[in-house]
Design a protein around this ligand. Structure first.
Ligand code: SF4
Length: 431
């Protein structure tokens, strides 16, 4: 979502005559768009500002603005502790970006915009054309979260759930397709909680599916509890909807899920997976796991391992629990560091084995790959198959924006390698 926001911030900056530069030294304005989910996010802000300071030593300083969730959560402190920062703008106040910069051009003041004005934000941002021109483009459809998982800062930094109107989203999706997008990734902190005057995510997918030159639709990130029947059915109704679902579970233990306030247990989660597979047997899953959440016993951890194996996630993101200031879990007693590290190593080793097993099954099979870009100065092209696996092929023809059948020859945990299939006979589809 920060990538989407960064693009939109750039669109606003462009309207007041700023252009991107690859040379930090030449910047008149430096915008640091931050994420608070990451560990030590605030330290990284100070570190990055330190880098800017060094570059501009003995020179006129650029306007320095910190945006994003760190600005929201710790804006006041940032302004006080780091005099080099001129303004902080929270994620729900980007509509104030242009005015902030223009004000800062005129006079040296400190500006703090961290109000939750999400409706005003999107009303004003809609006027600015989305200039993103990637084969795979991002589209924020929903922001904020009302779930209040005990470990998570999002409800405090992005505010409560807000869904943009279907009409403005279709307009923006068309802009993206006009700019060259073949795939749109619908974004939201709780993307499947999308609800705009009764129109749900499945309705939005249906509408966007009808955009002729759009070939693929994905969405992320879903909460298991918001997986309604209509969305489950969408996975058999809409061909453009890709069959990889990122479905964060966080733990394989219902006891820990309760402590996290996740609002679902493991039976519910497994039942949902079964329902989705029944609708579309091609569907695969990826997930997020927190390892070493306060109170996690050996048995709780083993249940996470059992879940990992039984679902066979083709991709997982796993991290040791680390407290976020202001969240209820930050008050809880931490587990022993070594236990957490050992558990993470065990978990990631098994996850990597599962992933590699899955990938080996793709070898000598056909995959449909949408090509996104060319690798710097080579004849190698990068794309993704339907399951979001990265694929590289060599080609003399420019493949960017095209979907091609590729025979997968080899691969590792991060990338698959293949060749464009010319002869369509005798090839099996990868599933
Ligand atoms: S549902 Fe997701 S965004 Fe919302 S509080 Fe839980 S982890 Fe955070």
């Amino acid at each position: 979502m920060n990538e989407y926001d960064s693009n939109r911030i750039y669109d606003l900056a462009y309207e007041i005559n700023y252009k991107k530069t690859n040379s930090l030294k030449e910047a008149d304005c430096y915008v640091l768009n931050t994420c608070h989910i990451r560990e030590k996010a605030t330290d990284k802000v100070y570190h990055d500002i330190g880098r800017v300071k060094k570059k501009f030593r003995n020179k006129k300083k650029p306007i320095v603005v910190v945006t994003g969730c760190v600005a929201q959560a710790e804006g006041e402190i940032l302004l006080k502790q780091e005099k080099y920062i001129d303004a902080v703008i929270g994620p729900q106040s980007y509509q104030d970006f242009k005015k902030t910069i223009l004000d800062l051009e005129k006079k040296h003041i400190k500006i703090n915009h961290t109000e939750f004005e999400v409706i005003e934000k999107f009303d004003k941002l809609n006027i600015t054309k989305n200039s993103q021109s990637s084969v795979s483009s991002l589209l924020t459809i929903q922001e904020g979260c009302d779930k209040f998982c005990k470990f998570c800062v999002v409800p405090y930094t992005r505010g409560s759930e807000y869904s943009r109107s279907i009409k403005e989203l279709i307009n923006e999706a068309k802009q993206l397709v006009d700019n060259g997008a073949k795939e749109i990734i619908l974004l939201g902190q709780n993307v499947n909680a999308y609800n705009s005057y009764g129109k749900k995510l499945s309705n939005l997918i249906q509408e966007i599916s009808s955009i002729k030159d759009l070939k693929r639709i994905r969405y992320t990130t879903s909460h298991p509890i918001d997986f309604s029947e209509d969305l489950i059915s969408a996975h058999s109704n809409f061909e453009k909807l890709m069959p990889l679902i990122h479905l964060p579970v966080q733990s394989g233990s219902s006891h820990i899920l309760k402590k996290m306030n996740r609002k679902h247990n493991i039976d519910y989660y497994l039942n949902l997976i079964e329902k989705l597979k029944k609708k579309n047997s091609l569907i695969k899953f990826s997930s997020d796991f927190i390892i070493g959440y306060p109170g996690e016993t050996d048995e709780d951890f083993n249940q996470s391992i059992r879940l990992l194996k039984s679902v066979g996630f083709i991709n997982t993101y796993s991290f040791i629990f680390s407290p976020r200031i202001g969240t209820p879990a930050a008050q809880m007693e931490l587990l022993n560091d070594k236990i957490c590290k050992d558990r993470l190593i065990t978990f990631q080793k098994i996850a990597a084995d599962i992933k590699m097993e899955y990938r080996k099954k793709l070898f000598k099979k056909k995959a449909e790959v949408l090509f996104e870009n060319r690798l710097n100065g080579t004849d190698s092209f990068f794309g993704r198959d339907k399951f979001n696996n990265s694929v590289i092929v060599n080609s003399k023809e420019n493949l960017i924006g095209q979907i091609k059948d590729v025979l997968i020859n080899s691969g590792n945990h991060s990338t698959l390698k293949g060749e464009i299939i010319k002869d369509e006979t005798n090839r099996e589809f990868a599933a």
